[in-house]
Design a protein around this ligand. Structure first.
Ligand code: HEC
Length: 109
């Protein structure tokens, strides 16, 4: 009995992590977002300092210019879209990294 109680949570976590990562590209985006400390201000499903990435993806759904727009904003920072709090510039993010991040954010729906 004791052993099942220990095994069950770890099995559930394994199942959850397998489900959450359907593609390698999603992994790369999530890892990059962590490495570049985006997740200090953002969460995929919940507003923190910045908007939830799911809300960002919904807002720009069907907008073909969104990836370029967000990649620029990720590097240069900006304000006024989600509220009064600005996003600071992220000079440690390269152009191609910003593109990967923008694409990943737009997939979070
Ligand atoms: C210091 C906190 C902070 C950090 C760190 C941060 N952000 Fe933001 N982010 C914000 C805030 C605040 C906004 C809302 C800005 C606005 O209203 O225009 C935002 C907005 C965004 C948006 C939506 C932009 C728009 O115009 O709709 C994206 C995409 C985004 N952030 C991605 C990132 C990524 C990727 C990183 C990591 C490289 C990152 N953020 C790091 C605070 C942060």
């Amino acid at each position: 009995m004791k052993r099942t109680a220990f095994l069950l949570p770890s099995l559930l976590m394994l199942a959850a992590s397998l489900q959450a990562t359907p593609a390698g590209a999603a992994d790369a985006g999530a890892d990059l977002a962590k490495a570049k400390t985006c997740m200090a201000c953002h969460n995929v499903s919940r507003k923190v300092v910045g908007p939830a990435f799911q809300d960002v993806a919904k807002k720009y759904a069907g907008n073909p210019a969104a990836e370029a727009l967000l990649a620029t904003k990720i590097r240069k920072g900006g304000s006024g879209v989600w509220g009064p709090v600005p996003m600071p510039a992220n000079p440690r993010v390269s152009e191609s990294e910003a593109q990967t991040l923008a694409r990943w954010v737009l997939q979070q729906r």
